[in-house]
Structure formats: structure tokens, C-alpha cells
Design a protein around this ligand. Structure first.
Ligand code: CTP
Length: 402
């Protein structure tokens, strides 16, 4: 695929160092990056840093025309698929809102027809000043997207709103921007994902659980949200950060997951059940901690409700996708689940192959479809697996209705 072209415009504030980290991450994520700097930005970090990170010349001066065949600011304005201003000072926001073009960045911004994303960074009082607020509103009216600054300690010594968004979050926004454009058919689709392990309580300190980390489900929720879907993520225990733009509902037990899934289910278009739900729970639970006693402790277990199976019975239009973690006879067991749970697709992984299954960042998966065919995804990152799984999910126009 052709690389997406990002023009990063850096104006002068202490957060310029974050723009350097952003440049590096953009290049690592496969973007073609060009950097433009104001003269004040160059007071903080030299163009050489950005040149090395972007592996391209840095634009600093409107009148420095290196190629006589081109007019640099028009050429770069036309080149960009997206313009990101980070950090954006009160000054550059003010100039852009008033159509001023007195340096390379402001001139290029007037000439570009690419979408513009702005990450402001300034003192808390400046950010709250009516002039700045009005200028931001004006730019929003022109279609600019603002990425709100974070609250916290500011370099000027103040506490409050004004810290530029972290490069990791900006990258998420940039990825989101491009993925959404590329996957228009996901726009507004309602997707429910479950992830992580359930915890079945014995007493206030003990529970039964399993080795699922939730990474696969979180990767799916993240990718679906990036594509423009409306995503609900019902999550068991994990230590993962909720993906951007996803509504997360945290649950503990299989019973809580059942309740949450059933409530959300009727509205959904696609349901992906990657959670490792306990099949058994203790028949009795104790409100007080059980003290140890002589001899063994026998805990009687009973079956939990099979959520996916019930969804298979209840569904009207929903596409249903389940997971199966198998240690042997993968195809046989996966196809059995496909039948018994009446789902459209089972994503099966072999938990005995190295690099696949719980805890790691990679997975080796075979997607078994109700149509009889299957798709093998060789060892890949969980993000890659999520992408292919979502592509395959849309090959079903509608869930199977028996
Ligand atoms: N699942 C569920 N509710 C349960 C148990 C599992 O919705 N109480 C879902 C999981 O989220 C997953 C699929 O069903 O999508 C896994 O199927 P399951 O038959 O539970 O797998 P195993 O527990 O591995 O079953 P078995 O012991 O029969 O191999």
C-alpha cells in the first residue's frame, strides 16, 4: 500500500520535544513524514533532530527554495494527506484563525486542502483566554480537528490544562483518521466485543480464573473503533488500557458478563466473544474468608451459562463470532463449536504451539466459517489477527438464522 503522507508542523513551545518523539513514531508506523518548523520552534530543538528522525529535509523558511522547479510551500501543501500541528501555540492558532500567512507554516496551511489536526500546548490561563477559545472555534468551523491537551504539571509551574497530548495518543488519532477513511463500510456498525478472563469468587480473597490477558479482544475492539464502528467492550479482568473511542464495561464473573452481554445484544450488528469465560463456578461462595482446616477442602463446582450458545439461539440479524482455544484436534473441536453454538465463525488457536494463545503478543489462528471454508492466519501480532478477523466478519452480510 502507498504510504500515507503526514506534514508535521511544529511551532515554538516546550512540547517540541514531544513532536520529535511523534516524528519517530510516525516513521515507525509506516508514514511518509515531512516536518516544518517555526523559528521559535527552532529555539527549542534544532531542525537537524527532525531531519534525522524524518529522514528528509526540514522546511523552515518560505523563501529558501531548494528546487527551482517547485514552489516549496505549495508543493508540500499539495503533497500532504494530513497536516498535524503539534505543538500548536496560542500564536499559531491565532494567526491561522485570522488568515495570516507570514511564515512557512501559516503560508502552507492557507494553501493546503488536506485535513488538519491541531494539538495545542500552552499555559493553562492562555488556553482559557477568550481570544484563544474564539480562535479555536473559528478553526473548528473551518473543519480543523482539535486534540485536547491533557491536565497536569505544566513547564511554566502551573497545574492545569495545557500539556500537549502524548505522542502515543496522537498516533492513535492519526491512525484512526486514516483507517476510518479506508474502511467506510464499518462506519456506524455496532460491534460488541468481550475480552479477558472472568473471576469466579470463592470467598473475599480467593477466586477461580484462567490465563487470558484480554489482549486479543482489546486488539479487536481497538481495530473496530479505528474503522469507525461503535464499539462496546465488555471486559473481564485485564491490566490493559482501554482502547481509544471504545465504551468499556468492566465485569468480574461469568454471570456479570452474561447480564452485560444480554443487555447490549439486541442492538448489535456484530458480536465477537473473545473472552475466556469460566465454564464452572463454585456452587457455594462465602462472604467471610474461609479459615484453613485440617484435611482437604472440597469445592463443588457448577456450570455457568454458555453466553455464546444463548446468543446463537436468540439472535435475529447479528453476526456472531466465537473463539476456541484448543490443545488438540483443532479443526474437529472448532467445527463442533460452530455447530453447537450456531455461530458464523470460530477463531481457533492452538494453545500448545509456541507464540500462540494466552499472554503473548502474537497468535496463530484458523478462522472456521459456517459456509464450510476456513482462513489460516499464520503467526502474526494480535493486531494483525484482529484486522483479518474483522475483514472476514464482513463477508457475512447477516448472521445465520436457522
Ligand atoms: N463462552 C461463552 N460462555 C461460556 C463459555 C464460553 O460465551 N460460559 C464463549 C467464549 O467466549 C468463546 C467460546 O464460547 O467464544 C468458547 O467456547 P467453549 O465451548 O466454552 O470453549 P471451551 O471452554 O474451551 O470448551 P471445551 O471445554 O468444550 O473445549
Amino acid at each position: 500500500m502507498e504510504k500515507k503522507k503526514v506534514l508535521l508542523c511544529v511551532s515554538g513551545g516546550i512540547a517540541v520535544f514531544k513532536a520529535a518523539a511523534l516524528t519517530s513514531k510516525l516513521v515507525q508506523n509506516g508514514y511518509d513524514v515531512k516536518v516544518m518548523m517555526t523559528s521559535s520552534a527552532q529555539q527549542f530543538v534544532t531542525p537537524l533532530t527532525f531531519q534525522a528522525l524524518s529522514r528528509d529535509r526540514v522546511y523552515t523558511n518560505t523563501f529558501e527554495e531548494k528546487d527551482p522547479a517547485k514552489i516549496a510551500h505549495i508543493d508540500v501543501a499539495d503533497w500532504a494527506d494530513l497536516v498535524v500541528i503539534a505543538p500548536a501555540t496560542a500564536n499559531i492558532i491565532g494567526k491561522l484563525a485570522n488568515g495570516i500567512a507570514d511564515d512557512m507554516i501559516t503560508t502552507t496551511l492557507l494553501a493546503t486542502r488536506a485535513p488538519v489536526m491541531v494539538a495545542p500546548a500552552m499555559n493553562v490561563n492562555m488556553y482559557a483566554h477568550p481570544a484563544v477559545l474564539r480562535n479555536m472555534q473559528t478553526l473548528e468551523g473551518y473543519g480543523y480537528t482539535f486534540v485536547e491537551p491533557n491536565e497536569g504539571y505544566l513547564a511554566c509551574g502551573y497545574e492545569g490544562k495545557g500539556r500537549m497530548t502524548e505522542p502515543e495518543d496522537l498516533i492513535e488519532m492519526i491512525d484512526y483518521h486514516f483507517t476510518k477513511l479506508a474502511y467506510k463500510n464499518w462506519n456506524g456498525k455496532k460491534v460488541l466485543v468481550t475480552a479477558g478472563a472472568t473471576r469466579e469468587k470463592v470467598d473475599p480473597v480467593r477466586f477461580f480464573t484462567n490465563r487470558s490477558t484480554g489482549k486479543m479482544g482489546y486488539a479487536i475492539a481497538n481495530e473496530a473503533a479505528k474503522r469507525g464502528a461503535e464499539v462496546i467492550l465488555i471486559s473481564g479482568q485485564t491490566s490493559l488500557t482501554p482502547p481509544h473511542g471504545v465504551r468499556v464495561i468492566n465485569v468480574q464473573s461469568a454471570e456479570e458478563m452474561y447480564e452485560a452481554v444480554m443487555r447490549a445484544f439486541p442492538d448489535q450488528d456484530i458480536v465477537i466473544k473473545s473472552a475466556a469465560v469460566a465454564d464452572y463456578k463454585p456452587k457455594m461462595t462465602f462472604e467471610q474468608k474461609m479459615k484453613k482446616q485440617e484435611g482437604p477442602w472440597k469445592i463443588e463446582m457448577e456450570r455457568t451459562k454458555d453466553i455464546l450458545k444463548e446468543l446463537g439461539e436468540k439472535r435475529t440479524k447479528q453476526i456472531l463470532i466465537g473463539f476456541a482455544a484448543e490443545s488438540e484436534n483443532i479443526e474437529k473441536y472448532a467445527r463442533k463449536k460452530l455447530e453447537s453454538k450456531k455461530v458464523d465463525m470460530i477463531a481457533a488457536n492452538s494453545i500448545s504451539s509456541p507464540g500462540s494463545g494466552f499472554e503473548g503478543d502474537t497468535n496463530e489462528v484458523i478462522l472456521f466459517k459456517r459456509t464450510g471454508d476456513s482462513v489460516t492466519i499464520p503467526m502474526s501480532t494480535k493486531t494483525e489477527v484482529a484486522k483479518i478477523l474483522l475483514d472476514e466478519a464482513l463477508t457475512f452480510q447477516k448472521g445465520s438464522i436457522e
